[in-house]
Design a binder for this molecule. Sequence first.
Ligand code: NI
Ligand code: MN
Length: 227
Amino acid sequence: MKVTYLGHSSLFVETSGARLLFDPFISGNPLASAIDVEAIQTDYVLLSHGHADHVADAEAILRRTGAKLVSNFEVVTWFGHKGISNATAMNHGGSAEFPFGRVQYVNAVHSSSMPDGSYGGNPGGFVVTTPEGSFYFSGDTALTRDMELIGEEYKLSWAALCLGDTFTMGAKDAARAARWVGAPEVIGLHFDTFPPICIDHAAALGHFEQAGVKLHLLKPGQHLAIG
Ligand code: NI
Ligand code: MN
């Protein structure tokens, strides 16, 4: 799989079967100013929850590309009222089959509302299983024992975990999460975008090294082959 970090929690994953875009927040992120949102081509847009720093560019990308939206029922309904109907609605614990593989919507401990203040349901994360392996995208979450269920059920190739602290788990907890979900490699999310989530990179790398997990702290636009 080729994974490109688009800044904040935005991740673009290219599998053999499809292109998957997670939590697009690009045009409003000064750190991602080099990324041309208009040039993004994707088959799916997966949204972990309704907060603006995860959905800000979703509407424009969905309209332009015709990609399928995958999120919880309330987020999908909100976009449906805007006329975006190519979507799969899910809820916690449920899985859905797609031509590229299987997606499970898993628990996150956080909050969720849409950018206009309307109800966004409960926030989640995704476990994606493809012929090339499985990975976990955490969305925004605290460390939670529920992550152990992911480790019991799946053999993950990698995970993308929030670790910026203040609004989500910090790096120390994220390193523990990596062990619980059983991910040998982790791409960091939700860090350095705003002052409250600016992190000490050396300290974060140290926490993961202690956990025996390889941590990638990418710059927006950087990509790597993983899994
Ligand atoms: Ni959030
Ligand atoms: Mn967030």
